[in-house]
Design a protein. Structure first.
Length: 679
């Protein structure tokens, strides 16, 4: 092994140089990191404010045209125009004119369509660099616009808000539109047609929303750039640069800000957000902020740190030279004195005049030399003191051992008390679970040919799942299934409270959507923040063989019609769970429920059960089991699902998993024979 000998002075130089490099690197790295995080946090905070402001202002504009469309839908002239039974020759000509309708200003898009998707009258204003172009011919409007897509939701009697793309002479125009159904009268549910109003999505709209802000906004519809707040030249450059960005990186902007390079290598911080009232994936807007000033400031800071560091390095080198001269000579002198002591010369005088630690070290060496002669006696005295310490230590150990034994005894007593307390708590939980089961209806229920078979398995002594069957008349039955967030006694308490309120509201004759709305308002004022209840509620008309249902964040049931092959998943507008928002809106749907039909209800505990490989049981596996048992007895099918779930979660010891509560319900309708077997 080669050993390199270096002078002491050179070692000091090397140590100071390496310390400087390390200090320079750490200072630069952490300085840049702190500055970058601070700038990023500041921009993100501004982005969040701008995103909320943009969303609210655009939503407000859409809400304003929705209100105006609703006012137009109530006009008598509009209803008479859309009424097929009303002879049009008996109406005054101005009844069919758009100019006769009340207006607060010029409209960019207005359409009046009948229930057959035909545009009766309307107008669309296209704004370009030249004079605006106004189209009012219904035939030409029908070629530009697809009425079928607009009337799809309106025919259900609901309002709809969406974004519309119109291509005109190789140019694309985009509108935010609102469609409002026109009823035959205020008390009638018959839909005659629809009134559609729209506002253009263009550069002027974005400039109004920015209101002088240094940030820029871009509107992305589908995968295309619709409009931006840049000028005409930069707008074209932005479109070209945007399409060069990978699609994955563009979509990542919806979750967190990212830096993108636009134009001539200009760096921008970008943040995206979905458009208000847009369907999922239909469009989003991007807020951009230039980072050029920020990066110039960072570069200036780096240069300042670099030159200041070199100045400090020069001063450190001068200090190193002084230290090496002040330390090297005294060390050599003290080394010679120690060498003489090793050779047996104890009359050493290692006295130097430096006024620091080296001078005191020389004095200590002199004292050490003079005391070596008496060192043996001191050692013997030290050994005697050690023996005394050993005796004292042994006594201390004995006392400590006794103290530990006393503490262990107290711990055993405390452990026994805790065991008794846990036992009492388990007995109380078991009592709560028994009371909860007593609140539920029987696992098998039959009424007027409707056979209901249920499976209820809480993950502990008490659970948060809830199902119920409520007979309100001779031919009407309410069926519901619900899932309370959380587990244990809190969830069981909310479950019992939900059951009591559900019985009261249903017995008053409310519809499913009204029951869900009232339950949500009551729970919002009762339960804690963060707690909620999902529910599926259905009303079965046994005489008319109809099923009316509504859902609040609950999984969609599986429906097996008797008249056709296959199994369908009921369409549910899942909405918000109960207890989250005041006066929520829930959709109510009615379907035929003929004899021989089967309805399968479940909570998400079964589909979210995991095995040892972290694999979920899943909806598709549950669908296969339900469909394979289409001709089985309900009890047989439930036992089969239970066994399959047990094998999936624990092949060695097949028992139901304890991750979440599990509730299953099967409804078979056979009014003739009253049995639960599907033919």
């Amino acid at each position: 092994m080669i050993r390199i000998k270096l002078p002491f002075q050179f070692k000091i130089y090397l140590i100071i140089f390496f310390l400087f490099i390390l200090l320079f690197y750490l200072t630069t790295y952490y300085g840049n990191s702190i500055l970058t995080k601070q700038i990023s946090a500041s921009h993100v905070q501004q982005f969040e404010s701008l995103r909320v402001l943009f969303y609210s202002m655009l939503r407000l504009k859409i809400r304003s045209i929705e209100t105006e469309a609703a006012l137009l839908a109530d006009q008598i002239n509009v209803r008479r125009l859309l009424d097929d039974d009303q002879p049009q020759q008996s109406l005054p000509p101005e009844s069919f004119s758009i100019s006769s309708l009340p207006s607060s200003g010029p409209r960019d898009l207005l359409l009046i369509m009948d229930r057959h998707n035909k545009i009766l009258t309307g107008q669309v204003r296209f704004t370009g660099k030249t004079q605006p172009e106004l189209i009012q011919d219904p035939a030409e409007l029908a070629q530009l616009i697809q009425p079928d897509s607009i009337m799809k939701d309106v025919k259900m009697g609901t309002r709809s808000a969406r974004y519309l793309r119109i291509r005109r002479e190789n140019k694309e125009f985009f509108f935010a539109i609102v469609s409002v159904p026109v009823a035959a009268s205020l008390s009638s549910s018959q839909i005659l047609g629809a009134v559609t109003l729209g506002i253009p999505v263009n550069t002027q709209l974005f400039q109004d929303l920015r209101a002088g802000s240094p940030f820029h906004i871009a509107f992305i519809f589908g995968d295309q750039v619709v409009a931006t707040s840049f000028d005409a030249r930069r707008n074209l450059d932005f479109r070209q640069a945007w399409y060069l960005i990978p699609s994955k990186d563009r979509m990542n902007l919806l979750s967190e800000p990212g830096m993108i390079t636009l134009f001539e290598n200009e760096r921008y911080l970008a943040f995206a957000s979905p458009l208000p009232l847009a369907d999922q994936g239909q469009g989003f807007y991007v807020i951009l902020s230039s980072l050029e000033k920020t990066f110039r400031l960072v570069d200036m800071l780096k240069r300042s740190v670099f030159w200041m560091s070199f100045f400090i390095l020069g001063l450190l080198m001068l200090l190193a030279y002084y230290l090496s001269r002040a330390i090297a000579y005294p060390i050599h002198y003290l080394g010679d004195a120690v060498s003489r002591m090793i050779q047996g010369d104890y009359a050493v005088e290692a006295t130097i005049k430096t006024g620091d630690e080296l001078e005191r070290l020389g004095e200590r060496i002199t004292v050490m030399a003079r005391t070596l002669a008496t060192r043996e006696k001191e050692i013997q005295d030290y050994v005697a003191r050690i023996e005394n310490w050993n005796k004292e230590l042994e006594t201390s150990v004995q006392e400590r051992t006794k103290d530990l034994e006393d503490k262990n005894s107290r711990l055993r007593t405390l452990s026994q008390e805790l065991t008794e307390a846990y036992h009492r708590l388990d007995v109380e939980l078991k009592t709560v679970g028994e009371m909860q089961i007593n609140l539920l209806p029987p696992f098998q229920f039959a009424f007027q040919g409707l056979c209901i078979c249920s499976l209820y398995s809480p993950c502990g002594r008490a659970g948060g799942d809830y199902y119920d069957v409520i007979v309100t008349s001779q031919n009407q039955v309410f069926v519901l299934i619900a899932d309370v967030s959380g587990h244990g006694i809190p969830a069981a308490f909310i479950m019992g409270m939900t059951r009591s309120m559900a019985h009261t509201l249903i017995e008053k004759g409310s519809s499913p959507c009204e029951v869900l709305g009232s339950l949500s308002n009551i729970l919002l004022k009762t339960i804690r923040r963060g707690e909620f209840v999902t529910m599926f509620l259905a009303r079965i008309d046994l005489e008319n063989q109809a099923l009316t249902y509504s859902a609040a964040g609950h999984p969609a049931p599986l429906f097996l019609p008797a008249t056709e092959e296959g199994m369908v998943e009921l369409h549910v507008e899942r909405g918000l769970p109960l207890g989250i928002m005041e006066n929520p809106a829930y959709e109510e749907i009615q379907i035929a429920f003929p004899a021989g039909s089967r309805l399968f209800l479940y909570t998400d505990g079964i589909v979210e059960a995991f095995n040892e490989q972290k694999e979920a049981f899943g909806v598709e596996r549950l669908k296969e089991l339900v469909y394979s048992g289409v001709h089985s007895q309900p009890e047989t099918l439930l036992d089969r699902i239970k066994d399959e779930l047990s094998r999936f979660t624990d092949p060695i010891a097949p028992t139901l998993p304890t991750f979440d509560d599990i509730t299953l319900m099967i409804l078979d309708f056979h009014p003739q024979d009253g049995h639960g077997t599907r033919s």
